[in-house]
Design a protein around this ligand. Structure first.
Ligand code: ASP
Length: 410
């Protein structure tokens, strides 16, 4: 435990020092060759190595632990029950997040009175049609799914494989035991990678802070505030409520237990990249079983994006206000529906939510040129929404584990 909290302390120190360092050196980077040619590229390299180490873990960790988890549940009906509870909670929390986003967007009026030049270039790509999103869940070649790190396809194949291990009897048991062993080696590897987290966190946040500086915040202060405050309200109100009511634990216990995952999500801006740490946090700090966590969390990192949904609500309103498009109540209800779908379809990688914002804007008839307005500060918004995305997965995981009779550690 002591080892764990000293790592957490180091990660937090890395985070704070990174922000201070980034803001302090940012204004001098372009005029100082030493900074521009050596220091910042090296910091960038350290951040990128940390990201790669995290990405390296994901496919083998998720696949082996999900096969072992599905096989250990041992009962297809229980697996189905966990699945339904998880999906319902994911959808409900996402819808609440968008409503909070819309309320914040209405309150802050971030886009009101903005004078937008008419020649903005949209930087967005087309969002995928929903039928393709559904078809994409099913793998045609599981090896290709792993090569491409396609999480939903990996999840589907792993569950089928785990269930098949149960049906195959003694031989299947030997295979799922082997997967269990590989999964524990992958956890040990996760711990090794975590030792580099303080440096990786420092490097990533320092790079971002240096690049953006404080000056960028001013013109977009309201939209940034709306997203950050919305995320804090959602985390504090909705997740605390879930944890208190369903798990009978204090919000402090919950937020303390997932701090490492939250900080990592903030700096990496990737739910998928954070997944190894999210898994290790809920298992080690909450005592949640492999059967529940290895199903709920990878699925959440792929489809449950409360932060993204909230951000889409705020940004849709921001664009409407900036372009003086009056948004009626039924248009806002349309935003809730499309932003829920868009957030499900958003990949757990940096910046994906911005691309899916095009789908929301188009579906309610808002100009997609608005994307260009948000694009400049998207990194800052992405940090907060990814953090909320990951915290949301852990909250649902804790609720599902409790509802399955698991005793969460104190
Ligand atoms: N970066 C977010 C995530 O990984 C997705 C998004 O861009 O909204 O959860």
């Amino acid at each position: 435990m002591r080892k764990h909290s000293s790592l957490l302390l180091k990660i937090s120190v890395g985070f704070v020092l990174g922000i201070i360092f980034g803001f302090a050196v940012g204004p001098f980077v372009s005029s100082t060759p030493l900074l521009a040619d050596y220091v910042m590229p090296f910091i960038d390299l350290v951040g990128k190595i940390f990201l790669r180490l995290l990405m390296m873990l994901i496919v083998p960790l998720v696949f082996t632990s999900l096969v072992a988890g599905a096989a250990s549940v041992g009962d297809a009906r229980k697996l189905g029950r966990i699945g339904i509870k998880t999906l319902v909670l994911y959808l409900l929390t996402t819808a609440v997040a968008i409503v909070i986003g819309l309320v914040c967007g209405n309150l802050f009026q971030a886009g009101a009175g903005m004078n937008i030049p008419g020649d903005l270039q949209a930087t967005a790509r087309e969002a995928k049609p929903i039928v393709d999103v559904i078809l994409d869940i099913f793998p045609s070649n599981p090896i290709a799914s792993m090569v491409n790190a396609n999480m939903l396809q990996i999840i589907i194949f792993a569950i089928f494989f785990g269930v098949a291990c149960i049906i195959a009897g003694e031989r299947g048991k030997r295979i799922s035991d082997a997967f269990e062993n590989i999964a524990s080696v992958m956890y040990s590897l996760t711990h090794i990678v975590m030792l580099t987290a303080p440096y990786g966190v420092f490097a990533l946040i320092a790079g971002t802070a240096a690049k953006f500086g404080l000056a960028i915040l001013a013109p977009f202060a309201k939209v940034i505030a709306a997203v950050y405050i919305g995320c804090i309200i959602h985390a504090v109100a909705v997740y605390s409520f879930m944890v208190v009511v369903s798990c009978h634990r204090s919000p402090l216990w919950f937020f303390k237990g997932i701090q490492e995952a939250a900080i990592t999500a903030f700096v990496t801006r990737s739910s998928s990249g954070t997944l190894p740490i999210t898994l290790s946090n809920v298992r080690e700090n909450f005592g949640i079983s492999e059967g529940v966590s290895s199903f709920v969390l990878p699925l959440g990192a792929t489809i449950n994006m409360d932060g993204t949904a909230l951000y889409q609500g705020v940004c849709a309103l921001f664009v409407a206000q900036a372009f003086n498009v009056p948004l009626t109540l039924d248009m806002q209800i349309g935003i809730v529906a499309t932003a829920t779908l868009a957030s499900i379809g958003t990949a757990g990688v940096p910046g994906a939510g911005l691309i899916m914002l095009t789908m929301v804007l188009t579906s309610v008839g808002l100009p997609i040129e608005g994307i260009a307005l948000v694009a400049g500060i998207d990194v800052i918004l992405d940090a907060a929404r990814t953090c909320l995305n990951v915290i949301g997965d852990t909250a649902v995981c804790a609720v599902v584990a409790t509802s399955e009779g698991e005793q969460l550690t104190v």
